[in-house]
Write a protein that binds this ligand. Structure first.
Ligand code: NAP
Ligand code: F7E
Length: 343
């Protein structure tokens, strides 16, 4: 009989890729989405899984404990992948309470429902490198102490410990994947890589003159989302629940990513000035194409994050293969196409 999996956050980047992956594995996928006035399933449509007969889309707001309990009871899944979250770090500074409610409390609702309905359901929690925060350990590994720097990081750390506690207390198979940044053509435009590829595509097509960014010296470990969802699945197929890092082991600055994106469209740039006055100039037309705006600075920043994925490689046989150059190319191609056709 086909396995049944619930994915919370099916409308998000990872939810869409994981949905595609599990359907290919023969699962019946129950994708949960919250009620909004204008629902958008664009990612599921881009991956051409929206009409898949084994994909069932169900309304469930994960902040509503009754809705969570009833949904799990109705579906009786084998596995639950909890990907739904308020996932934008910047917004977490402006909306700390709803971030906590969505990212922390909901995990208790889910694990408590599993405990009461069927403690054999396997649970994946989407943890994050943001939990490491201001750390001196480099690269970060599963034993690196946590020091989160944002309400988002704090909310995810609460959920992470809740998952571990439900295993230790009730033997529930709860795994936590500490994933470093992962991007794709399906990434939301508020995140820096997609903001850059969308902006640079528009500049190349003469639809925009300049993009505004915040701290371009921040370094992140960026992988390809499609490869990371396979790691999530592998975590739930092991004999013991555990915590695993998924990352690439390489860190690049936002500035380096900007350079890669402009290189892809053959626009030569030079950087001038410092601090808030730093700009990139398009040397083909001598116009400023990147500016710095304090609007995008965070109240507390994490300067650099880079992960050690050797535990996942050893135990799960997982490793990343997409370089940042290839990832940037994939995202640029998609954004050139979308902007050319105004999609
Ligand atoms: P995303 O694109 O922002 O997707 C988040 C999803 O959560 C969306 O489907 C969103 O629905 C849903 N959601 C938010 N609040 C909800 C609620 N109250 N009830 C039901 N659904 C709700 O995030 P992502 O990049 O796919 O990331 C997936 C998960 O991994 C998140 O938990 C994120 O925090 C975590 N993570 C991501 C990264 C990364 O680099 N991508 C790294 C580490 C961890 P709407 O479409 O209605 O907004
Ligand atoms: O920022 C800097 C910004 O918003 C990356 C989420 O998926 O990964 C993601 O969180 C860096 C930061 O991602 C702009 O200050 C500069 O240092 O793309 P981001 P994030 O905050 O790392 C983690 C692992 C998650 O778990 C999260 O869910 O880029 N930056 N200028 C900028 N960032 C944005 N968004 N916009 C700018 O203009």
């Amino acid at each position: 009989m086909a396995k049944k999996a619930i994915i919370t956050g099916i409308t998000g980047q990872d939810g869409a890729y994981l949905g595609e992956f599990l359907l290919q594995k023969g699962y019946k996928v129950y994708g949960l989405y919250r009620r909004v006035s204008s629902p958008s399933f664009w990612r599921l449509k881009e991956l051409q899984i929206y009409k898949n007969p084994n994909l069932y889309l169900l309304e469930c707001d994960i902040t509503d404990s009754i809705s969570v309990f009833n949904t799990i009871k109705k579906i009786m899944p084998d596995e639950i992948y909890n990907l739904a979250a308020q996932s934008f770090v910047q917004t977490s500074f402006e909306q700390p309470l709803s971030t906590m409610q969505i990212n922390s409390l909901s995990v208790t609702y889910m694990l408590e429902s599993i405990r009461l309905i069927n403690p054999h359901i396997r649970f994946y929690q989407a943890s994050t490198s943001e939990m490491f925060g201001k750390t001196d350990d480099e690269p970060q590994h599963e034993q690196t102490p946590f020091a989160p720097r944002s309400p988002y990081g704090i909310s995810k750390l609460c959920a992470h410990w809740t998952s571990i506690n439900y295993y230790e207390s009730y033997n529930i198979f709860a795994c936590s994947g500490i994933l470093f940044n992962h991007e794709s053509p399906l990434r939301g435009k508020e995140f820096v890589t997609r903001k850059i590829t969308d902006g640079v595509a528009k500049i190349a097509l003469n639809q925009l003159e300049c993009i505004e960014l915040g701290n371009i010296y921040a370094k992140r470990d960026w992988g390809f989302a499609k490869e990371y969802v396979e790691g999530m699945w592998k975590m739930l197929q092991t004999s013991m629940p555990d915590t695993f890092i998924l990352s690439t082991g390489k860190a690049y600055s936002v500035k380096e990513f900007v350079t890669l994106a402009f290189e892809y469209v053959n626009i030569p740039i030079v950087w001038e000035n410092e601090g808030l006055n730093e700009v990139a100039i398009n040397t083909k037309n001598n116009r400023i194409c990147v500016r710095i705006s304090p609007k995008y600075y965070r109240p507390a920043e994490i300067d650099s994050l880079v992960g050690d994925y050797s535990k996942a490689e050893k135990i799960l046989g997982w490793n990343p293969s997409c370089s940042l150059q290839d990832l940037c190319k994939l995202m640029m191609e998609a954004d050139l196409q979308r902007n050319r056709h105004k999609l």
